[in-house]
Design a protein around this ligand. Structure first.
Ligand code: SF4
Ligand code: SF4
Length: 356
């Protein structure tokens, strides 16, 4: 289907809900743009923008009619593809029940190009090996992905360096570009699932002017990236295990794991058992973990990476170097979340630039 233009998002939200999808989109919650379920487009973060810098996030008033004038939220699709906490199986006495949890149909509205790239990274991790994860596959198949082309990159974004944005070119069911004067959305379809949804909306064909304005939004966003990473020779630079830079950044790093929690591609997890004292049941639970926690690398009671510099080095080298050896692609999509949400403002682009 050729690109179309729609004037409002309410029919889209209604069509998705009528199709059985829970619609999850960006809203303002506690002065942060977060993703949560909405029942009306009125709930979206219309008229707000954000200011993002290393270790700093501020909500600010934006253009009153624009709905998507902000950069990456601390939330990403990861919470829907790999939930922070999930039950793997339950035991009742000697009986073991596999936890075959339903994968509810969810339409994620407002994903950015970097978010789509992160989903592709996760697909490679969870589905690309010899043992695809069936629970991930169920959840992934239940997701409808509606992208929004970025108009206002954040101060910590560097998707252009990572070749992941700012325009969504693949991996979406629908992609919107929000245009002003007059306010409207250009809608592109990217899959067979997206076609009937777009066709059901009150629309008109996109004109040459609409398409040119949409392309201009992405060109302008690409020229206003907050940050840059030189990817040429990055694996060689990261092999400098003896660089004094690791001790310097390790002295600042709190090993709080914020960066890995907000990162849309970090997938490390651990398992723990929970036993009920009242009904004789037990559960094995998988939850997000991080290479920054001391016990994550514990072997025979001793952490292999006991120091802050060691744990930071592990994270950065895996993201930008050994991930490529392991999965054939970078583990970073340039979303900037780890920079914004690091409480001490450690900036991966600065760390990479300062390696020899
Ligand atoms: S780099 Fe920042 S966010 Fe990550 S563990 Fe260290 S202090 Fe926390
Ligand atoms: S490492 Fe940082 S910039 Fe890269 S994908 Fe993760 S959170 Fe985003």
């Amino acid at each position: 289907m050729d690109a179309i233009v729609i004037d409002t998002l309410e029919p889209l939200v209604a069509e998705l809900r009528a199709g059985g999808y829970a619609v999850v989109g960006p809203v303002v919650r506690e002065r942060v743009i977060r993703f949560e379920e909405i029942t009306s487009a009125d709930r979206l973060a219309r008229g707000w923008t954000d200011v993002q810098e290393p270790g700093r996030y501020r909500l600010a008033e934006g253009d009153g009619e624009m709905v998507f004038s902000f950069a990456a939220s601390p939330d990403s699709a990861k919470a829907y593809t790999q939930p922070p906490r999930q039950t793997l199986f339950r035991m009742r006495g000697e009986q073991i029940e596999e936890a075959e949890e339903d994968a509810p149909r969810v339409a994620l509205l407002g994903l950015r190009a970097c978010d789509l790239a992160a989903i592709a990274v996760q697909d490679r991790v969870f589905l690309g090996g010899r043992h695809p994860d069936p629970a991930y596959l169920r959840r992934r198949q239940a997701l409808l992905l509606i992208a929004v082309n970025c108009a206002v990159p954040g101060g910590t974004c560097f998707c252009v360096s990572m070749h992941t944005g700012p325009r969504a070119t693949t991996g979406f069911d629908l992609a919107l570009t929000e245009l002003a004067a007059p306010h409207r959305f250009v809608v592109e379809t990217g899959s067979a699932r997206g076609e009937p949804i777009a066709a059901a909306l009150p629309h008109r064909p996109a004109s040459a002017e609409d398409l040119a304005a949409s392309a201009e939004v992405s060109r302008d966003a690409a020229e206003h990236m907050g940050r840059h990473v030189e990817t040429e020779g990055i694996q060689e630079r990261l092999s400098a295990h003896d660089s004094p830079r690791w001790a310097q950044v390790g002295a600042r790093c709190l090993t709080c794991a914020n960066c890995t929690m907000v990162c849309p591609t970090c997938f490390c997890s651990t398992v723990e058992d929970a036993t009920s004292f009242t009904d004789g049941t037990a559960e094995r639970i998988e939850r997000w973990d991080s290479c920054f926690t001391l016990d994550f690398s514990e072997v025979n009671g001793t952490p292999v990476r006991g120091s802050n510099p060691g744990r930071y080095r592990q994270w950065l080298t895996h993201k930008f170097s050994t991930w490529i050896d392991q999965f054939g692609m970078s583990g970073c999509v340039g979303c900037g979340r780890c920079i914004t949400w690091c409480p001490v403002g450690i900036d991966v682009t600065e760390e990479l630039a300062n390696l020899p």
